[in-house]
Design a protein around this ligand. Sequence first.
Ligand code: SF4
Length: 245
Amino acid sequence: MSRTFDPQLRRAITERIRYYNELGIYDFYRREPDSELPHEPEASVIVEHQINDPALLLRMIREDLGDCTRCPLHKQGRKQIVFGVGNPHAELMFIGEAPGADEDQQGEPFVGRAGQLLNNMIKAMGIQREDVYIANIIKCRPPGNRTPEREECETCSPFLMRQIAAIKPKVIVALGAVAAKTLLAINAPMSELRGRWFDFRGTKLAVTYHPAFLLRDPRQKKETWKDLQMVMKDLGLAVPTKAEP
Ligand code: SF4
């Protein structure tokens, strides 16, 4: 079916095609809209599946995101967009909820107290923060650290989906109920989400507590450690006999 693009979108696509041509890519196809991703940006029609370089793909996704104004969070006091950080070739990806004050300030996810705890959790698994990739469902800080609204998650998460598709991790760990429910599109309590594997578009996904919650309720660290051990076994990491981080 023929389709007329508005001039601004046409210009964006033309510029993007020129960019790909400069990279030596000349074959393009147009993907039909994915009903699961209602707000996926149309300029992402392009050829990401042809590119086998996760670092390049992540740069392209970041460029598409631009100085994003797609949801109301762009005008609710964010200092900057918090895209994601880590190894583009990571086997393990952690996905949280949203940037907080420290993350908004520094432009990197999980850098505050919750970030320190996440770093300790990662170290306890026998790996480093630099080995994994860390992102959030939404990329701008909600005012007062409120829970992101559904529409904000739906508008922003297609970029995260593209980051996941670029990195192709073996395992995703959803940190907290908001991340889990958004990724899995189910409404279930943490008690039903933890301690088992989910399939996320062909990738194994486990759910555990958000580090910010663990700071408020450290008793749940033991349970979190069990979740991480399940992930470690799957990734072939040696599971230490020592107690939780
Ligand atoms: S939260 Fe996401 S969709 Fe909303 S303005 Fe920020 S980057 Fe854009």
